[in-house]
Write a protein that binds this ligand. Sequence first.
Ligand SMILES: CC(C)(COP(=O)(O)OP(=O)(O)OC[C@H]1O[C@@H](n2cnc3c(N)ncnc32)[C@H](O)[C@@H]1OP(=O)(O)O)[C@@H](O)C(=O)NCCC(=O)NCCS
Length: 174
Amino acid sequence: MIRAIEEADLPIVVQWWNKAEVMYYADDNPHPSKSLEELREEHHKERTEWSEHTERFVIETVEGKLIGDILYHSYRTDIRSAVMGILIGEEEYWGAGYGTEAIRLFLKHLFEHKRIHKVSLTVSDFNHRAIRCFKKAGFRQDGIMRDNAMIDGKYANHIIMSMLEDEYFLMHRR
Ligand SMILES: CC(C)(COP(=O)(O)OP(=O)(O)OC[C@H]1O[C@@H](n2cnc3c(N)ncnc32)[C@H](O)[C@@H]1OP(=O)(O)O)[C@@H](O)C(=O)NCCC(=O)NCCS
C-alpha cells in the first residue's frame, strides 16, 4: 500500500538515499548523499511551500514494513502535468511486484482524484527492471536524452516515458 509520508519515516528514508547500490539506479545519479537534517528540511518544504507541486508517499508491505517511496513533483495546474519518481530502498524487495502495485495505486490517485492529464518520468536506459515495471504500468516511451548522466565514469542515456489520461482510462475502464 502507499500512504502519505510522515516525519517519523525519515530516519528509514535517509538510509535509502545513502545506499550506493540503490542510488545507482536513481535517474539523477550521481546522487549527492543526504543527512537526516537535510531530508527533514525537504520534508517540511514539501508540506508547505512546495505542497501545490509535490506529494510524496511511502510504500509499505502488508506487514507494515516501509520499503520505498513514490512521489510526483513539478505539478503544473495549467496543463495538468507532473513528473514522478519511485524508489524501493530495500533491495531484497526488488522484482517482487511491490513497484507495480505502488505505481497502480499512485496512478489511481493522480488520474482519478487529482484529474491529471499527463505524468512523465526519466529512467536510465540500463535500468531494465524499472523500464519493464513502467511499461507494465502502461507508460510509453517519449524519447531518449543521449549521454544525459555520468554513472561510474560512463555516460548513460535517459529514456523519457509518460502516460496520458486517455491511456490510463483505457487501461482502467470504470
Ligand atoms: C524500479 C523499481 C521501482 C521497480 O519495482 P519492483 O518492485 O522491483 O518491480 P516489479 O517487481 O513490480 O516489476 C519488475 C519487472 O521487471 C522484471 N525484471 C526484474 N529484473 C529485470 C531485469 N534485470 N531485466 C528485465 N526485467 C527485469 C520483473 O520480472 C518484473 O516483470 P514481470 O512482472 O513481467 O515479471 C524498483 O526495482 C526500484 O526501486 N529499483 C531501484 C531504484 C530505481 O530503479 N528507481 C527507478 C528510477 S527511474
